[in-house]
Design a protein around this ligand. Sequence first.
Ligand SMILES: [Zn+2]
Length: 290
Amino acid sequence: MTNVGRDTEEIIADMYEVSVEAVVKAGLSMKQMSSWGIGMPSYVNPKTHLLVRANNFGWVNLPIIDYLKKYTDLDIYIDNDANCAALGETLAGVAKDYNDTLMLTIGTGLGGGIIMDKKIYSGSDKMGAELGHTKLVYDGIRCSCGQKGCAESYCSTTALVRQMREALEEDKKTLVWRLCDMDLSKIDGKMIFSAAYQNDILALKIINQFVDYLSYALSSFITIFRPEVVIIGGGLAESGDLLFDLLKTKTYENTFAAKEIGIPESVPAKLGNDAGIIGAALLQLHSDKR
Ligand SMILES: [Zn+2]
C-alpha cells in the first residue's frame, strides 16, 4: 500500500525496496538488471522531466528522476499505470498475439491505454491517451479532473454505482435495495451485476444504460484507432457475459462502418494487477527513454 500522506522520500524508498524484493524473489540481483521501470498514476513531462501530477500522493511537478537516481545508476523508465497495464496485457497477457490493442480499465475511474506495434502510444508530448477524460456528454457531470462531461464520469464503476443510487431514490422495488441492507453506501458494481444476473429489472435497466455510455465512448476509440482487440480491465471486467454481450451488440450498433468492416472483439484482461508490473518492467524495450 502506498499509505498516502507520507513523506515523498519514504514513498520513493519503498518503491526501491519492493523492486529489490521482486528481483531477489526471482533469484536475481540488481546488478543483473538493465533498467528500472515504474508505472505511476501520472506522467513525466519529457521536456521538464518532472512528474506532472499524482493526485493520490499530492505530488505536483515533482523531480522524481532525481529522487530515484539516489538509489540506482540504472536507466529509469516511467509511464502512466494504465499504459503499463495495456502494455503488459499486450506483451504477456490476453492480447499477446496482437500488435495493436486498446485497453480500458473500468474502476474508480476510467483508465485507458493505446498500444501500437507493441509500443505505448501517448502522443507527441507523451501525455495523451487519456481515454477516460475524452468528452462524452456536452455540459455533463463534473469530472475529478475539473472538466465537465468526461467519459470517466459515465463509464467508471463509480458512475455505475451513482446511476444505481439515483435510480433507487425513485424506485426501491429492486433486489439491490435488499442486497445493500437499505444502505446506499454499501452498493458496489459486483452487487449491481449480481442483482442483474437474478433478473432484477432495475439493475438490468441501469446496466443497459451504463453500457450505452460505455459503447458510445468505445465506438469513438475504435473509429479513431481501429485496434485488433479491445482489452477490458478493472473489477467490472469480471462481470461475465452480461457486460461483454451487451457491449458487443451496442458497440456494433454505434461504430462507424461496423456492418462493412466489423468491430474488434472486447475481451476481459487476465493478468490483474500484474499487467501494470509486467508492462512497467518491459518499458525499456517498448517505449522511449524518460
Ligand atoms: Zn475528466
